[in-house]
Write a protein that binds this ligand. Sequence first.
Ligand code: CP3
Length: 322
Amino acid sequence: MRQAGRSLPEYRAIRGVGTILDAIAQPELAAEITLQPVRRYGVDAAILYSDIVVPVAAIGFGVDVKPGVGPVISEPFRSRADLARLRPLEPELDTPYVLETVRILTGELAIPLIGFAGAPFTVASYLVEGSPSRTYQHTKALMHEDPALWFELLDRLADLAVASLRSQVAAGAQAVQLFDSWAGALDPHDYEHFVMPASRKVFEGIADLGVPRIHFGVNTGELLGLMADAGADVVGVDWRVPLDAGRERVGPSIAVQGNLDPAICLASWDVVEQAALRVLDRNGGRPGHIFNLGHGVLPETDPTILERLVELVHGYQGPARS
Ligand code: CP3
């Protein structure tokens, strides 16, 4: 459950006043924040406390993460000259704190640690727009008006993701997730033509590591088949697509992850329980289902609801018979 920590008082108590990038740069703190939701909820895997913009920030692109807003960039990527601001990532030199956090965690955790990176499209959307966007108009304009530059940008971002993911796995991460959170802004044609080749490059670039590769997006109902074809072992399905329909779209050899609506978790337990059981029943007991929320935990979520949710999923015995 991504960003599960944000709803916890113990997170707010130790997070400090700086930006999240400052917190991520402190391995002991980042490891402790990663462990908090694991201890509280008893989930089956941990996700590293970091952010998708860490590699681009580390090579000096000029990125900050504004609380309540997300990544902001003072000088967005708009022309060929900006390519010079995207040099290759040297993880041991540029993000040693991330690797130290992974090492601390691998020593302490009894469950797998999921490392992650931002997918080329989603990171590009922040670099090009300069801040979170609803329309992705600058990103789409670049893609369609200067495809050669677009492909070079995505290629560099794919290389950054590969370097970052490989370093996290070398440090001990046992699974990886590629976050293409905003790919759902595209139609299947544009996704396949302008985005999928770069995401495929990321999956191919880590295939030899032998760790499960999860491909995540939101609003991606029409893209699920393509996201599976990009090279994932697991595809995230958000709550708009019933899990069994999502499974049909990704095909029989791919596992699914999802897909309770995080906003449901703000409701009373009875409502959450019924909605969670609907998700589990839709899976129908088939192997290859990672139960989680379709997107991150909302900060207002009551932690006791999430405690009960984990208990419910762990105790699930299959559809009730009538
Ligand atoms: O779940 C976790 O806590 C693990 C670490 C994690 C964070 N960001 C920490 C974070 C992960 C896996 C991410 C990925 C991430 N970052 C994505 C992809 C996943 C998704 O949710 O779609 C995206 C799009 C980002 C960019 C980003 N960073 C956004 C949109 C925000 C939210 C801004 C806000 O405050 O609502 C951030 C900040 C951020 N990253 C927070 C956390 C815990 C919250 C702010 C903070 O504590 O400072």
